[in-house]
Design a protein around this ligand. Structure first.
Ligand code: SAM
Length: 132
């Protein structure tokens, strides 16, 4: 089978510098930061507007990748669960998905709120949120 080949499209700049300080998930967060999209991918931002919610996929570069069972949200009273039944950052491919509100756009930089990611987290994709 052909090996998947990821292109990192940008990097997050924010004020979350430790895992302890990170909100548990985006629906718990008002934290603001900048998605810096590398110039060769900037054209791909055309059509994104302030006020919109975007779906951003990150590569959790500091995550543990060799554990398949976790206590959801670190709560031992809930028992161990398979990582694929959780939103844990611990998983074989540490891909995270957050729905973020766009506050402003400046060239290749998108200001967003709702962050639950560490400063310096690589960005692997951005998608439109489906509205029902
Ligand atoms: C529970 S995950 C949820 C991620 C994403 N919103 C999702 O649902 O796929 C969020 C947690 O990942 C951890 N985290 C954030 N950035 C990380 C990084 N770059 N590497 C490893 N862990 C990270 C923090 O502990 C944060 O609270």
């Amino acid at each position: 089978m052909e090996r998947p080949h990821l292109h990192i499209i940008g990097v997050l700049h924010g004020d979350i510098t430790s895992l302890e300080d990170a909100p548990k998930n985006y629906d718990d967060s008002q934290r603001v930061g900048i998605l810096e999209i590398f110039p060769q991918y900037q054209e791909g931002l055309d059509g994104i507007v302030p006020g919109q919610t975007i779906v951003v996929l990150f590569w959790l570069h500091q995550a543990t990748r060799d554990i398949l069972k976790v206590y959801p949200r670190g709560d031992r009273s809930r028992g161990l669960r398979g990582v694929f039944a959780t939103r844990s950052p611990v998983r074989p491919n540490p891909i995270a998905l957050s729905e973020l509100e766009v506050r402003a756009l400046h060239g290749n930089c998108v200001e967003v709120s709702g962050l639950d990611m560490l400063d310096g987290t690589p960005i692997i994709d951005i998608k439109k949120k489906i509205s029902r």
